[in-house]
Write a protein that binds this ligand. Structure first.
Ligand SMILES: [Ca+2]
Length: 256
């Protein structure tokens, strides 16, 4: 539950248009509608942080499912292996060397995937986390965002944090969050935690050369059933971390 509301942050409607399915019924005498034009765009992804039906505000306090007030200061996850698919799962383009760090609270959260040439885009599939060869490579030799050591365990054997969620929980129960309150920090690390995700788009490719797909992340789902006061930290691929990754998959794949 959101506890207090800061001024609503203006959020443009989804940048992709929802396309009505054209009726397939027509008589032989009717003119068949022209095929959609094939266009080339620069395809990007951004994160659309939600809380149920509302925008999630990283600057507001919320309550976990156990009634503890909390404030997040870190919400980051890594993605890899994105593919753009058309109708009937036809592969339109893939971006095997594009890695993204999705981060809550960023003004400009658009991440370029690359070029896409098609008439329409049905969905984007990707992975939460990194494939092993990338996960265990030397971060000092990596290109952004994989040179960001705040998302790295510190050893190449362990690799990167696929997901990092951190903040403070109202441990003294006064209803506000300040520096005296207990921190929590959860880092999901380990090859076994690599998870698939899908964002349904269903958009014609627009004129103008740019298409940004918003990946919905429902924080109400991501934070469901986690007691942030009594589960203050986890690192690695234990049960708590498995649950975080499962909830992240669920948070992305909820219909909105
Ligand atoms: Ca407090």
């Amino acid at each position: 539950m959101k506890r207090n509301s800061l001024p609503a942050i203006g959020r443009s409607a989804a940048l992709v248009s929802i396309v009505a399915l054209a009726s397939c019924s027509h008589t032989p005498d009717e003119t068949v509608p022209p095929e959609l034009p094939v266009r080339t765009v620069q395809l990007s992804m951004s994160m659309d942080l939600r809380y149920g039906g509302h925008v999630y505000d990283m600057n507001s306090v919320y309550e976990d499912d156990f009634g503890h007030v909390f404030l997040l200061d870190t919400l980051r996850f890594l993605t890899s292996g994105a593919q753009a698919l058309g109708d009937e799962d036809v592969l339109l383009a893939d971006y095997p060397t594009v890695y993204m760090m999705m981060e809550g609270g960023q003004e400009n959260d658009e991440h370029l995937l690359g070029q896409l040439t098609a008439a329409s885009l049905h969905e984007i599939t990707f992975y939460l986390g990194l494939p092993p060869a990338t996960n265990h490579a030397d971060p000092a030799q990596a290109q952004p965002p994989l040179n960001d050591m705040s998302m790295h365990s510190g050893t190449m054997e362990e690799g990167y944090s696929f997901l990092h969620v951190a903040g403070r929980v109202d441990s003294n129960g006064d209803g506000i969050i300040d520096a005296t309150d207990q921190r929590f920090s959860h880092r999901c690390i380990g090859d076994l935690l690599l998870c698939p995700a899908t964002t349904v788009v269903h958009a014609d490719l627009p004129e103008g050369g740019l298409l940004t797909v918003q990946v919905p992340v429902d924080m109400e789902v991501l934070l469901a059933d986690i007691d942030l006061l009594n589960t203050p930290s986890s690192t690695g691929n234990g049960a708590v971390n498995w649950d975080w990754m499962q909830r992240l998959m669920d948070a992305i794949e909820e219909e909105h």
